[in-house]
Structures are given as structure tokens and as C-alpha cells.
Design a protein around this ligand. Structure first.
Ligand code: A2P
Length: 282
């Protein structure tokens, strides 16, 4: 699996397997094991997904050396604040059954952000986390937080696909060496995208499916993608994107598909209120 280098020189596999919305106690275990068998070496979970323990079990049972697998998890809002975050990190380590996490993100840009970030920075110093990052952070929110950070985030995980390419945000993040990670990299099953005539023509040309064309586009843009699939063929296919290359012209044509609009606006106060109210434990 091809890798990208982060701003702290750690390497991250370019495509990861996301387990958002997959239930714990079985389904996440099966899906993660299947992904690892198919060749994924990067799993993206979160405390808020409530399935870290299944991910941990699958990693153990896969027989693959822990060091070969890149694990991302995220701190949920309920555990924000310096003291709470320290406990949240310990809980993630315990649930995953590991002694370090490769990448740990602040899942949402609300609440006591910088107090939580300080706890993440300390966990890096203690060797509990290798890289730390942010998620759902827009340029405005970045400007609010960045001066309070000692360690620069390694990544910003946001919604991104050919219809919502996050160009201004990517330009801003690039100044700090922060890599973009894409959630909903395939537009979350958006038919307009997956059946787009131009993308279908590229799929025919390269003998790939449209999802693979989109994931190849992410890769050539330098974006880490986290595609989701429950279908065996597509799980395998979504990492089979390293044996062909889109031309400059094809990249430009896809770049021209950007509408600048996505489905989630982190600056929308109703999202903040809703997410701040979501509890994942007592
Ligand atoms: P399925 O689980 O049947 O494969 P995203 O990662 O952007 O959230 O998109 C996930 C959606 O895209 C799911 O509905 C998934 O359906 C579908 N999907 C995953 N991989 C591909 C692919 N290679 N081509 C087309 N659709 C895909």
C-alpha cells in the first residue's frame, strides 16, 4: 500500500478502511478482519463510533504485526477538556487493546478544544500517540484554534469528494504541512457522482469502476481517503488503485467538477448543538 509522509515524518497508508456506523460486537470485527485480509493496513475508527474494541480484536486476531497496521481513533466531545481528554485517551487505548495509537484526532471542532489538544500533545510526548490531528475544521475554525497549538496537526479529516474538493481549505492546510483526509470520499453513494458520465468513461478506459477512479483522483491530489464498503469485491477493489495513473488532463477535468458544496457545515450552530449533546457513555 502506497503511503504519504506526515509533517512529523510518520508514514500513513494512502487509503484507510473506515468503520463509521458499523455496529460493535461482531459486525465491525468481521469488517475489519475482512479489510485486513484484503490488504488494508490503515483502519479509521473513533470513540464516538463505539466500535474501538471490535477493531482492536480484529487486529489481534488478524495475526498481522501491530506495527504494520496504522490505527486512527478520535476523541469524542463528551471527553473534551484537559482532564477528561486524558481519560478519553486511556479509554481508547484500553478499548483498542494497544499500547499506542498511530493517529488520534479531535473529532469535532467545539467545546474546550485547546484544553483537549494539550492532553493530546502530552500523550505524544509520553509515546501513547504517534501523531495527532483535527477533523471537521474549516478555515475560520482553524484561525480560531491554531495559535493555541504547540504541535501542528498532522491531518485534518473533512468531507471531500470530486463535487466538494475543499480547495481553499487544502491551500490553507498546506501552509502548515497538514494533510487532508477525506471522509465520504465517494460522496457516500451519491448516484450523480458514481454515475457521472465522464467518470464512467474513465472507468471504461482504465478497466476500473467509478469508485476506483475517484479514489485514484484523491491519491493523485495527495488526499488520504477513507472509503467505506460492505461489499467484498468493492472492499478489495478500493485499494486496487495503484496500477494506473490519471493524466494531467483527466485530473484537470475532475478538478472542474467541484461545486464547492458538501453535506456538512461544521460552522452551522445547529450541528454544534446537536453534536455537543451526543453522549457515548454515562
Ligand atoms: P457498498 O457498501 O455497497 O459498496 P463513502 O465511502 O463516500 O461514504 O461511500 C460509501 C458508499 O459508496 C457506499 O454506499 C458503498 O456501497 C459505495 N461504494 C463503495 N465503494 C464503491 C465503489 N468502488 N464504487 C461504487 N460505489 C462504491
Amino acid at each position: 500500500m502506497e503511503k504519504f509522509e506526515l509533517n512529523n515524518h510518520e508514514l500513513i497508508p494512502a487509503v484507510g478502511f473506515g468503520v463509521f456506523m458499523i455496529p460493535n460486537d461482531g459486525p465491525t470485527y468481521e469488517a475489519t478482519l475482512k479489510a485486513l485480509k484484503a490488504g488494508y493496513r490503515h483502519i479509521d475508527t473513533a470513540a464516538g463510533y463505539m466500535n474501538e474494541s471490535d477493531v482492536g480484536k480484529a487486529i489481534k486476531d488478524s495475526g498481522i504485526d501491530r506495527k504494520e497496521i496504522f490505527i486512527t481513533s478520535k476523541l469524542w466531545l463528551q471527553d473534551y477538556g484537559y482532564e477528561n481528554a486524558k481519560i478519553g485517551i486511556e479509554n481508547s487505548l484500553k478499548n483498542l487493546g494497544v499500547d499506542y495509537i498511530d493517529l488520534y484526532l479531535l473529532h469535532q471542532p467545539y467545546g474546550d478544544y485547546l484544553g483537549s489538544w494539550k492532553a493530546l500533545e502530552e500523550a505524544v510526548a509520553e509515546g501513547k500517540i504517534k501523531s495527532i490531528g483535527i477533523s471537521n475544521v474549516t478555515i475560520n475554525l482553524w484561525n480560531k484554534f491554531k495559535d493555541g497549538m504547540t504541535i501542528m496537526p498532522a491531518v485534518n479529516q473533512v468531507e471531500c469528494n470530486p463535487f466538494f474538493q475543499q480547495k481553499p481549505l487544502r491551500e490553507e492546510m498546506e501552509k502548515y504541512g497538514i494533510k487532508l483526509e477525506a471522509w465520504y470520499p465517494l460522496g457516500h453513494g451519491n448516484k450523480e457522482l458514481l454515475e457521472n458520465e465522464y467518470l464512467v468513461s474513465l472507468a471504461n478506459k482504465y478497466n476500473k469502476n467509478v469508485g476506483q477512479i475517484i479514489l485514484r483522483w484523491h491519491y493523485q491530489e495527495g488526499i488520504i481517503s477513507l472509503p467505506k464498503s460492505t461489499n467484498d469485491e468493492r472492499i478489495k477493489g478500493n485499494i486496487d488503485i495503484f496500477d494506473f495513473e490519471l493524466t494531467d488532463e483527466e485530473m484537470k477535468n475532475i478538478q472542474a467538477m467541484d461545486t464547492g458544496k458538501g453535506t456538512h457545515d461544521p460552522e452551522d450552530l445547529s450541528n454544534e448543538t446537536r453534536l455537543m449533546g451526543l453522549k457515548i457513555h454515562d
